[in-house]
Design a protein around this ligand. Sequence first.
Ligand code: FES
Length: 113
Amino acid sequence: MSEEFYNVAEAASLPPGQGRTVSVRGREFAIWNLDGQFYCIDDLCPHRGSSLGAGNLSKSVVYCPLHGWGFDVKTGACESRPDRPVKTYPTRVVDGQVQIQLQPFSSPTPSED
Ligand code: FES
């Protein structure tokens, strides 16, 4: 099954430098407009779970509002803790809508941990 795109926001509602949290399929993602290009990362900060969509963007790095860890919205890399990156998701704009691409639903599999 191919990956699926989901509408998450009107592109015009998110000017450059702005971001927000969006919800798709019961999960939250942070989308950011960086100089007219849209990027999507997981909204959940891997430190203590704050919302990265509520952070502040400087160049390509969004800073978590709670303790200031910085994440590159292009790569998901964490500049504060390189061992704690966030996942990134492809985006595109179709008919004025920002879309993010997610893997199709899959059945939960038991953890082997
Ligand atoms: S919760 Fe994000 S840096 Fe602490």
